[in-house]
Design a protein around this ligand. Structure first.
Ligand code: H2U
Length: 349
C-alpha cells in the first residue's frame, strides 16, 4: 500500500479555529477549464468619479452630501443591515424550531481615501496607517456603546466579490451578538486556552515559523501566511507576533508594521495575475463586551476567489455546499507562489 504523501494524495485537513475539515486534492490542480471566465475590468478608474456615492463632495443615494474629505471618511451605512433602535422582545421559554430574536447594531462605511482609483497596494504606508488608526477609533467608539459586543471590520474588494462600488472602501458592522464565525472561533480559542494555558494562534505561529512551508511575508511584528487549513486557493492570514487581543493595543511601531505587511501582501496579490486582485478580508479580534479575552490573538483573514487566472475563480458550490470545503492547489504550493512574486507592484515595474 502506497505511503501517504500530503503533496500528492487526497486528504482532509483540520481547521482548529472553527473545528471544520477541508478536503485537499493536490492531484487535481492541472485539470482543464471550459467553464465560466469572470470578466476582467482592465479600464483604468478616474481619480474622481462624479457619479460615485463614495467620492468626496458627492451626494449619496439617501440624499446626504459627502464632505470634501482628504483622507479616510466614515459614514453610517444608508442601507444598514442592522438598526440601533431597541426592540421589545420576550424569549419564548418553550423550545421550538422557530428560534428568532431581534438584533441591534450599527453599520458604517470606511472610504480609504478620497481617490476613486487608489487601492491599498498602491497607497503610501502613511495613508494605510491612517486607515488603521481609523479602524482603531471605530473599534473604540462602537465598542463603547453598551449594547455592542462585537465590531466586525471587513472589506469586499472587486465586483466578483459583490462589491457594489469600486471606490476603495471597507465596512464595519457592530452588533450585540457574536456573529457565527466569531463565536465558533472564540469557542475554539477559549477551549485551547483553558486546556493549555496558552494562546492557540501564538502557538500555531511558532510552529509555522519553524516549518517555513507556508510563510509568505514576515516583518518584526507580523506574519502573513497561507494557513495549513486554508480553503480559498490563495487564502492568507496576517497574525501579530506579540500577544495582542485587539487592534487598539498596537504600539506605533506595530501600526507601521501592519500597514507595511498589508501593502506588501496586497501588492503580491495584484502581481499574481497582474490584475486588481479581488478578495473579502476581515479582522478577527476580541469582542467588545468588556472582558479581557486573553484567548484571542489579533488576526486578519484574506479570502480571494481567484483560482488560476484573473478570470477563473474557485466556486464553493456542489460538494463544498453539501459536504465540506475543498481545494486543489495545496496551501504549501500557494504560499510558494505568493512568496516568489515581486515586491514591486506590476503597474510600477
Ligand atoms: O449611497 C450609498 C451607497 C452605498 N452605501 C453602502 O456602501 C456599502 C458598499 O459596500 P460594498 O461595496 O462592500 O457593498 C454598502 O453596504 C451600501 O449599503 C451607502 O451607505 N450609501
Amino acid at each position: 500500500m502506497k505511503k501517504f504523501d500530503i503533496h500528492e494524495d487526497p486528504h482532509r485537513r483540520f481547521n482548529p479555529l472553527i473545528n471544520e475539515w477541508v478536503l485537499v486534492s493536490p492531484h487535481r490542480a492541472t485539470r482543464p477549464w471550459q467553464g465560466q471566465n469572470e470578466k476582467i475590468h482592465t479600464d483604468a478608474l478616474p481619480e474622481y468619479d462624479p457619479t460615485c456615492y463614495l467620492c468626496p463632495g458627492n451626494v449619496r443615494a439617501n440624499g446626504e452630501s459627502n464632505p470634501k474629505y482628504e483622507s479616510c471618511f466614515v459614514f453610517e451605512n444608508d442601507f444598514s443591515a442592522v438598526k440601533q433602535e431597541p426592540i421589545f422582545f420576550e424569549e419564548d421559554s418553550k423550545p421550538t424550531f422557530f428560534k428568532a430574536k431581534p438584533e441591534r447594531g450599527i453599520a458604517r462605511v470606511v472610504c480609504f481615501s478620497p481617490r476613486h482609483d487608489l487601492t491599498l497596494p498602491e497607497m503610501e504606508i502613511s495613508s494605510i496607517e491612517t486607515i488603521i488608526i481609523t479602524w482603531q477609533k471605530e473599534y473604540t467608539d462602537l465598542g463603547s456603546v453598551d449594547y455592542i459586543n462585537h465590531v466586525q471590520i471587513f472589506e469586499n474588494k472587486g465586483s466578483v466579490m459583490g462589491c457594489s462600488n469600486p471606490h476603495p472602501h471597507g465596512q464595519i458592522w457592530a452588533q450585540s451578538s457574536l456573529p457565527t464565525q466569531v463565536e465558533k472561533t472564540q469557542n475554539s480559542l477559549k477551549a485551547y486556552y483553558d486546556k493549555n494555558q496558552s494562546n492557540l494562534l501564538i502557538d500555531y505561529l511558532q510552529e509555522e515559523l519553524k516549518l517555513k512551508e507556508r510563510i509568505v511575508i514576515e516583518n518584526e511584528h507580523f506574519v502573513a501566511l497561507v494557513p495549513f487549513w486554508a480553503i480559498w486557493p490563495f487564502e492568507t492570514m496576517i497574525i501579530s507576533k506579540r500577544h495582542i487581543t485587539k487592534i487598539t493595543a498596537f504600539t506605533d511601531e506595530e501600526v507601521t508594521a501592519y500597514a507595511s505587511i498589508l501593502k506588501q501582501l496586497t501588492i503580491k496579490y495584484d502581481n499574481l495575475f497582474e490584475t486588481s486582485f479581488p478578495y473579502s478580508s476581515g479582522i478577527h479580534q476580541a469582542p467588545t463586551d468588556g472582558e479581557l479575552h486573553p484567548e484571542w490573538q489579533f488576526h486578519m483573514h484574506f479570502y480571494p476567489p481567484l483560482l488560476r487566472s484573473a478570470s477563473v475563480k474557485k466556486f464553493m458550490v456542489g460538494y463544498e455546499m453539501m459536504g465540506e470545503a475543498q481545494r486543489d492547489i495545496t496551501p504549501e504550493k500557494s504560499a510558494t507562489v505568493l512568496k516568489a512574486l515581486p515586491e514591486v507592484h506590476y503597474k510600477n515595474k
